[in-house]
Design a protein around this ligand. Structure first.
Ligand SMILES: Cc1cc2nc3c(=O)[nH]c(=O)nc-3n(C[C@H](O)[C@H](O)[C@H](O)COP(=O)(O)OP(=O)(O)OC[C@H]3O[C@@H](n4cnc5c(N)ncnc54)[C@H](O)[C@@H]3O)c2cc1C
Length: 148
């Protein structure tokens, strides 16, 4: 990802602030002067903390991560946010049939197709997107009941 920055040799202004292999364990967020983040490599202090783990981490660790506990509203928001599954179908074409500027195609199905008594998997296939850096491959996304 870093290699795709526009100017790779130029150091990013955050480079010296990144701590790799450092797991945060607890956040003490109501101390009077600053927020304290306790990690496997010691404590860090900051005016603000922006926390961006996945929802699974928040759901599992919400009681031990935050001191004091987060307000009920936030805790309920974690519980109300669930996981969804997506299936990707990669399509490889020998022959290019699209125009250079085409990035995506959406499919619209008529009611007869959508309400068909048989399970028609192809109607769950709503759109395909062109993959960057891979001129012959498009990817289709499928969500819903079809995804195991
Ligand atoms: C199989 C798969 C395919 C996907 N494909 C696509 C796609 O094609 N296009 C697309 O747009 N999105 C895709 N997504 C979704 C995309 O990956 C996520 O939406 C995106 O990565 C979320 O970014 P994030 O920074 O919010 O969280 P994350 O990428 O989950 O980053 C959270 C980070 O927090 C770190 N962390 C967690 N707990 C701690 C801790 N205690 N201490 C320190 N660090 C911690 C984790 O190690 C992780 O690096 C895909 C996801 C999956 C799983």
């Amino acid at each position: 990802m870093m290699q795709s920055c526009p100017d790779v040799p130029k150091k990013l202004s955050v480079d010296d602030k990144i701590r790799l292999s450092t797991i945060f364990e607890s956040i003490y967020w109501n101390e009077s002067t600053s927020v304290r983040v306790s990690t496997t490599n010691g404590d860090y202090f900051a005016e603000y903390v922006v926390l961006t783990p996945s929802i699974g981490v928040l759901k599992r660790n919400k009681y031990k991560l935050f001191h004091p506990a987060l307000p009920l509203l936030q805790q309920e928001a974690f519980e109300a946010t669930d996981f969804g599954a997506i299936m990707k179908i990669f399509l490889y074409f020998d022959t290019k049939w699209w125009k250079n500027n085409d990035q995506a195609f959406s499919f619209f199905w008529n009611e007869e197709d959508l309400n068909s008594k048989e399970e028609v998997w192809v109607t769950k296939f709503r759109y395909i997107l062109k993959l960057p850096n891979n001129p012959r491959v498009w990817v289709g996304w499928v969500t819903g009941d079809l995804v195991p």
